[in-house]
Ligand binder design. Structure first.
Ligand code: BDR
Ligand code: CA
Length: 317
C-alpha cells in the first residue's frame, strides 16, 4: 500500500481530500497532523476526528501541531469555511479532543518517516508551519520522504487572501520559504491558479452530494456554508474563470494517490517572497533560472478531470 502522512488545517476542502484518500483501496494513512490555518489548531483536530468518524476510520492517529505561524499574524478563513472550519454545522456526538495523540505533530512526522524511509508520501494542505519545524528539528527529514504534495502558492501573482498571495503560503510565508528551499525531495505543487482553471460544474457537485449514504449527508452539511459563499452568480470571483466547484486540497491529494491523474507537470525552481508591501507570501517562479537553484519543483499543469470526478465520487460511496 501507498503510505501517506497528511498535514491539514482541516477546512471543508481538506475534509474532502482526506475522504478521497480514505476511499482509495491501496492507500494507507499513517497519521493526520494538524496545523493552524482555516481555523484554530484545536478546531482542526476536532474537524479531523469528525471526518475520520464519518468514514469509520477513528483508528488513524491524529496529532496536534503548530498553533501559530513562525512569524507574523495568525489568519483564519472563517468567512469561507465557517468559524469552526467545517461549515458551522456541529455534530453533538463529535469525538472529544482526548482522542488526539499525546505525541506532537512534528515529532510524529519525523518518527513515522524514519520508521519507513523512502516510503512515506507527505500531503500538505494547510500552512507549512509543521513541515518547516520538522526540517529544522531533523534536517534529514525531507530525504526520508518519497515525495511531498503541497496545495499552496500561486503562479501568476493572483492572490486569494492578499493581492498576490494564496492563503496557505500567506498564512506562514517563512514556513513556505523554508519548505521550498530545504525540501530536496520531489515536491509537487498545486497552485491557486491551477485550481481556478479546473473547476467542476455545479451540476456535478449536486450529483456528487446526492448519493444516499452517511458520508454524503455529512459532506452536504459541512459543505453548505462554503457552497453559499462560492456560488453567487453575481460574484466577480466566479466570472474570472467561469462558474464551478473547486476543491483546492483535493487536487493535491488526487496527484498523491493516483499516478495517472496528472498528465503533465511544469518543472521550475520556486521560492517565496518574504518582504514587499504587496507581495509577502507570494510564490515566485524562477523560469529564467537566475536564482541558480538546482532543485526544481513539479507544478501541476495538465490533469485528467474524469479521474478527479471518479475519485470524488468514490470518496462519498
Ligand atoms: C487553501 O486555503 C484554504 O482555505 C483551503 O483549505 C486551501 O488549502 C486555498 O488557498
Ligand atoms: Ca487547507
Amino acid at each position: 500500500a501507498k503510505k501517506l502522512l497528511v498535514d491539514v488545517d482541516c477546512g471543508v476542502d481538506d475534509a474532502q481530500a482526506i475522504m478521497m484518500a480514505l476511499a482509495v483501496p491501496d492507500v494507507q494513512i499513517l497519521g493526520v497532523t494538524c496545523v493552524h490555518g482555516n481555523t484554530t489548531t484545536e478546531n482542526v483536530c476536532k474537524n479531523v476526528l469528525r471526518v475520520l468518524k464519518a468514514c469509520c476510520k477513528l483508528e488513524i492517529p491524529v496529532f496536534r501541531g503548530a498553533s501559530k505561524p513562525i512569524l507574523g499574524i495568525t489568519r483564519n478563513a472563517s468567512y469561507f469555511h465557517g468559524v469552526d472550519g467545517l461549515g458551522d454545522a456541529p455534530d453533538p456526538e463529535a469525538p472529544g479532543l482526548d482522542m488526539v495523540q499525546k505525541e506532537g505533530a512534528v515529532s510524529a512526522m519525523i518518527r513515522i518517516a524514519t520508521e519507513h524511509p523512502g516510503e512515506v508520501t507527505l500531503v500538505a494542505t494547510g500552512p507549512l508551519t509543521n513541515l518547516a519545524l520538522a526540517v529544522r528539528l531533523d534536517p534529514t527529514f525531507p530525504q526520508k520522504l518519497k515525495g511531498l504534495y503541497i496545495m499552496g502558492g500561486n503562479t501568476e501573482s493572483r492572490g486569494n487572501t492578499t493581492v498576490c498571495g494564496e492563503f496557505n503560503f500567506v498564512s506562514d510565508p517563512e514556513a513556505a520559504y523554508i519548505v521550498l528551499n530545504d525540501y530536496l525531495c520531489p515536491v509537487y505543487i498545486t497552485s491557486w491558479e491551477f485550481t481556478c482553471r479546473h473547476k467542476l460544474p455545479w451540476e456535478f457537485c449536486d450529483e456528487w452530494l446526492s448519493q444516499d449514504n452517511e458520508k454524503a449527508k455529512f459532506m452536504k452539511r459541512i459543505f453548505q456554508h462554503s457552497m453559499n459563499e462560492a456560488y453567487s452568480p453575481q460574484s466577480e470571483k466566479e466570472l474570472v474563470d467561469g462558474f464551478g466547484f473547486v476543491s483546492c486540497d483535493s487536487y493535491a491529494m488526487a496527484a498523491a494517490v493516483d499516478d495517472s491523474f496528472v498528465t503533465e507537470y511544469e518543472q521550475v525552481a520556486v521560492t517565496v517572497e518574504l518582504a514587499g508591501t504587496c507581495t509577502r507570501g507570494m510564490m515566485v517562479l524562477d523560469t529564467l533560472e537566475l536564482l541558480n537553484k538546482k532543485h526544481k519543483a513539479f507544478l501541476l499543469k495538465r490533469v485528467d478531470m474524469d479521474k478527479f470526478k471518479s475519485l470524488l465520487i468514490n470518496a462519498l460511496k
